[in-house]
Design a protein around this ligand. Structure first.
Ligand code: SAM
Length: 264
């Protein structure tokens, strides 16, 4: 059992739906103990632009007219909301390409599991910077998923939502001004090993012109990713500079930083 908590982006295997053929996400069992959670599958769970703005310290007005890629976007409404504000946003997820009804079912199952965990283990969270209560967080994230589902149905054919999986993205070098990746890298380091994490970071930098932002910088057990310094050294050897930047946001206990990557 871990002494410190893991973020609970989990679902239970018995409820997990079959995934689309093109995805390399392998759903497996998730278990939990009294004070920690074992993440064995990546959940289809998403947040709003307001939360993205906080955990990535974004200035949305400054991004107007720029291209932004959200990788591992899930049912987040960042892309739908950012596009409405004049940002040229594109989202990537292995599950994109599934029918909207199938994604809606993933949302239904994963959200139910997530919020049950959150209510059972409130001690794993420090959400006061963003929400008054778990109820408010749930309402916000359900709104995000609803906005996403509506936009996905309308925009998938326009390549606003692209089905793809790290560590390979179907975009040209430097295709986007800014590249974001939230609640995927490092968190699932049991399923995605160190080599994957390094390769994924390189790929995010390859498709970016300016900076890559990754949040949180947590690995297993609610602590900073244990191989973070090794990862930064591997990236530095490739000419990629990295910085750990504090952010004015904390939802999972300890998740108050982002990793910023830039090509030298
Ligand atoms: C917990 S969600 C995070 C969603 C959103 N970024 C947010 O912070 O609200 C993680 C997402 O990563 C996606 N994912 C799983 N494997 C992936 C891979 N190899 N490359 C990119 N995304 C992946 C999952 O399908 C899921 O939608």
């Amino acid at each position: 059992m871990n002494a410190t908590p893991n973020p609970p982006d989990i679902t239970t295997s018995s409820e997990r739906l079959p995934l689309c053929a093109q995805t390399n996400v392998s759903p497996t069992a998730a278990t939990s103990s009294g004070s920690s959670l074992e993440l064995r599958s990546v959940s289809f769970f998403g947040r709003t632009l307001a939360e993205y703005t906080q955990f990535f310290a974004l200035d949305i007005a400054a991004l107007k007219g720029k291209s932004v890629l959200d990788v591992g976007a899930g049912p987040s409404s960042f892309t739908a909301e950012a596009c409405k504000r004049g940002v040229d946003a594109v989202a990537v997820d292995p599950l994109y390409g599934c029918r909207p009804e199938a994604l809606a079912q993933h949302v239904q199952i994963d959200y139910r599991a997530m919020f049950a965990q959150m209510r059972a283990k409130p001690g794993l969270f420090r959400l006061k910077k963003t929400f008054a209560s778990i109820d408010e967080a749930e309402e916000s994230r359900r709104t995000a998923a609803q906005r996403f589902l509506t936009d996905y149905e309308a925009q998938f054919v326009h390549n606003r939502y692209v089905g793809a999986a790290l560590p390979q993205l179907p975009f040209l070098d430097r295709a986007f001004d800014v590249v974001l990746c939230a609640h995927f890298l490092f968190l699932y380091s049991k399923q995605f090993d160190f080599a994957f994490q390094v390769e994924a970071c390189r790929e995010l930098v390859r498709v970016s012109r300016d900076d890559v932002r990754i949040h949180p910088v947590l690995g297993l057990g609610g602590k900073r990713y244990t191989q973070l310094e090794e990862l930064r050294a591997a990236l530095a050897a490739d000419g990629i500079v990295s910085e750990i930047v504090p952010v004015d946001y904390e939802f999972f206990a300890g998740a108050d930083e982002m990793l910023v990557l830039q090509r030298v």
